[in-house]
Design a protein. Structure first.
Length: 463
């Protein structure tokens, strides 16, 4: 039973939300510590001087007759000059050491270091070689788009094995969808897995020297490095990003291949995602349905080299996903996202997991029905081809729904299968509706999850 929420109130950011939007649609259906040791004998040509200057072992001239006393005035003058030289050298050494300590002190990354300057390993012996991949990308003249599939990994070898099994099983074309695993750090389990003949012959790999900070900061630094390698070094024009704790739907790559032309040509799109934040088993139904959203979903998403060029110089030192949601990054653009998710995260261990996984992530439905989004006949993406077309489609959907209050909702829900309802709400009351209908109640940068111009949608079971 479709249900829509609309709002004509001003949001907390002071923007006027148009009537007919602000709707909630519910349908049933990144130091080396350098120390310099200086041998005074090398610097002083064999002389040794104690730091307090009490004695000097400077040698006397070999031509001095036996028993003759040295010229003490010359000796003292030479000694004083030598002490001055030593003092001067000590000062220079202290300055050098201080300067080197400052330069080698770990610092948070505020702007990304170019990928070519960040130390990471290339392919190990016995693997597919990244240089070969780079050459093939540069020489590619195929009409079939070549999309790099980047897998972010760290230390969960069992998770990575499960993820790669899913990715390769559902990959229709290894040539045009090459998988590159980027390992953060030196976990031996992950290293061994990637050197195993099962994977070394069908996936590429590279390794990033793990950064500094908490888990979110290390992850962001790894992301920035890996994206730099994919776009700036290897030369991909578009990249799909996955992680070591994900599985994908049978039509995952079909969906991204079909969406790529829209992403490349529509200036109002900046990403394509496989994820629906509200895609619970009981809240989704149509595997063919795709939406535009103002909210950056992540969790299996695609970007172009053009977007990377926009954000590369200011890639954050932490919380990369929040960065992607910032207004100065989004610039009023949208992402595509499906009604039924084409990705699923099974990782209870990791950042932002634990209770959040049990209460939310584990409940997201992974699509099992193959949809041919590349079909010229069905054209399942025609309603999201551009902003204007999607707006017209959405307004038509809203106009077909009956306006009701929250108090009257239960009665209307029981009124019959396929009935479409619309509820108008004030922004300050959204948490009430989110709680009532099981939606994620939070918002990021003023945008609610899955929302498009204030409109979200889910499906509910019949009463």
């Amino acid at each position: 039973m479709p249900l829509l929420f609309s709002s004509s109130s001003r949001s907390r950011r002071g923007r006027k939300v148009p009537i007919g939007f602000g709707l909630l649609v519910l349908a049933v259906t990144l130091c080396i510590g350098i120390e310099i040791g200086v041998l005074w004998s090398e610097m002083m040509a064999g002389s040794s001087v104690q730091e307090d200057g009490a004695r000097s072992s400077a040698s006397f001239p070999e031509s001095m007759p036996l028993g003759q006393e040295p010229d003490m005035r010359n000796y003292e003058r030479e000694r004083d000059e030598l002490k001055k030289k030593v003092a001067s050298l000590q000062e220079e050494l202290a300055e050098m050491k201080d300067s080197l300590r400052k330069e080698s002190k770990p610092k948070p990354i505020t702007t990304p270091v170019p990928a070519a300057n960040i130390r990471g390993s290339g392919p190990r012996e016995g693997r597919l070689h990244l240089e070969t991949l780079k050459a093939s990308i540069a020489a590619s003249e195929s009409s079939t788009p070549l999309i790099g599939v980047l897998v972010i990994a760290c230390r969960r070898a069992q998770y990575l094995d499960r993820a790669l099994t899913s990715f390769t099983k559902n990959r229709p074309d290894a040539t045009h969808l090459p998988i590159v695993v980027s390992q953060d750090g030196h976990d031996p389990g992950v290293k061994q897995l990637l050197e195993n003949s099962q994977w070394s012959s069908i996936v590429y790999s590279m390794r990033h020297e793990q950064g500094h900070g908490n888990g979110y900061e290390k992850l962001a630094q790894h992301y920035g490095w890996a994206l730099g390698r994919m776009f700036d070094y290897l030369g991909f024009k578009q990249v799909i990003i996955l992680e070591e704790d994900m599985e994908i739907a049978p039509d995952f790559f079909n969906y991204f291949l079909a969406s790529l032309p829209l992403l490349k040509t529509d200036p109002k799109l900046y990403c394509v995602s496989a994820w629906n934040d509200n895609g619970y088993e009981t809240a989704v139904q149509d595997p063919r349905m795709i939406y535009r959203t103002d909210f950056f979903p992540g969790l299996g998403w695609m970007l172009t080299s053009e977007l990377w060029a926009e954000v590369r110089s200011r890639w954050p030192s932490g919380y990369w996903d929040e960065f992607m949601r910032r207004p100065d990054v989004r610039k009023g653009r949208h992402c595509l996202r499906p009604e039924i998710s084409r990705s699923y995260t099974f990782g209870e261990e990791g950042q932002s997991q634990g209770q959040y996984f049990a209460a939310h992530l584990s409940r997201i439905k992974l699509n099992t029905d193959f949809v041919d989004f590349l079909s010229d006949t069905a054209r399942p993406l025609r309603h999201v081809e551009n902003e204007e077309t999607f707006d017209r489609w959405l307004m038509n959907e809203m106009s077909s729904c009956v306006k009701v209050t929250l108090a009257a909702f239960d009665g209307e829900l029981a009124g019959g299968q396929g009935k479409c309802l619309r509820i108008e709400y004030r922004d300050s009351m959204y948490h009430v509706f989110a709680s009532r209908f099981g939606l994620m109640p939070d918002e990021k940068e003023g945008i609610r999850r899955t929302a498009y111009k204030g409109c979200s949608n889910i499906l509910l079971p019949e009463a």
